[in-house]
Design a protein around this ligand. Sequence first.
Ligand SMILES: C[S@@+](CC[C@H](N)C(=O)[O-])C[C@H]1O[C@@H](n2cnc3c(N)ncnc32)[C@H](O)[C@@H]1O
Length: 431
Amino acid sequence: MPRSTTPKKKGAPKRLEISRIGAQGDGISHGADGDIYVPFTATGDVVDVWLEPGPRGTMRASLEAIVTPGVDRAEPSCRHFGSCGGCSLQHLTTDAYAGFVRDRVKTALSQHGLGDVPIEAPHISPPGSRRRLALKALRTSRGVLLGFNQRQSHHLVDVKECPIARPALVALLKPLRAVLGDLLTLRAGLDITLTDSDSGIDLLISGRVSLDLARREALATFAESYDLASVHVLDDGFLDPVSVRRAPKMRFGEVDAPLPPGGFVQATKEGETALLEAILEWTAGATHCADLFAGIGTFSLPLARHSTVHAVEGARAAVEALRKAVHGTQSLKQVTLDHRDLFRRPLVVHELNRFGAVIIDPPRAGAAAQMTELARSAVPAVIAVSCNPNTFARDARLLVDGGYDLVCVRPVDQFLWSPHVELVAHFLKTA
Ligand SMILES: C[S@@+](CC[C@H](N)C(=O)[O-])C[C@H]1O[C@@H](n2cnc3c(N)ncnc32)[C@H](O)[C@@H]1O
């Protein structure tokens, strides 16, 4: 039975039937008094719950018992399911989970009058494929905890297994817990980011760390014993390269790009490949492309084999990484770089109109200012990658109102068993 914060139990639990899964991944029961949200349930489940008031007049419930499981329910594989905040949908069958991903995109589009847009079958990254883990470490009176926050709480779940992550990352959890013991104080926790780059694993430790010689040596020995590519410590804005045995890098097509510590990577190689396939298919024939929010060149570098690319990115470290990747690579068409804040200074219509296709992959907030300019442009094709269906749908409406046809949307889910859904979409200028 999943553990969650249980409200005070008075009287008898209430019996409910779950009719659908909401955008945040909770099961929803439609009652006479409105919707009741029940975490860790599946459509068709009949459950006993304890009720408590939720935000904005909603009712929340914690699960007491599953009376009759619905047909969408599967056995979760991870021992931490129900306490760890990472995977709230691991109890769904493969089909039910794919249906959730699709519905999540459809609901967001419908809210902006785009409910009729064709949504392709979701691409879902398999278990064991996540190549970055963003963990927290804490020293408690019971020892060192290393893991993820409990759902909707600051309590840390000490993670012993993680079926979504690459096995090489999971194998590091136990020895890492031991080496962190010496770095942690009782007062402050640390953020730990493990990234399985294409040259090996980078360990980034962020927080207050007093690195004397002994601790520095312990981290270097750890890096050597477990063949890490590198260990960095980020303390008060200062990045300390404690051990760099191999510079972390990512391979895009035939080109290697250096990966700045903590720099953005698509969460799985499988998801990245699915996004890139769509981008290459939908930009075919375009000889001049722009890649907006380009990162270290995940899309720019493979695209530059067929087309000139104007890559625009706001993080200086990412722009420099892409510059190094392009420098000295003969096989690419021309790649130009623009270090620019696209929220404040989007590419304007006359800058956009020279491109045959524009790829845009903003952060979760979306890119309303840039989409407003694109909507007014004559760019024939826009390919939008998004990690937030809500801001995507809002921005898609801007393009559609500007004379673009939203040809199709392909969900690309890189955060297996979580309500976090990504997608790639194809727009063509028609008017
Ligand atoms: C979702 S990531 C995509 C990166 C890249 N397309 C990839 O697939 O690796 C979003 C990128 O937008 C950049 N970014 C965030 N805010 C920005 C802004 N205001 N202007 C320009 N770039 C920004 C981030 O640094 C990050 O590289």
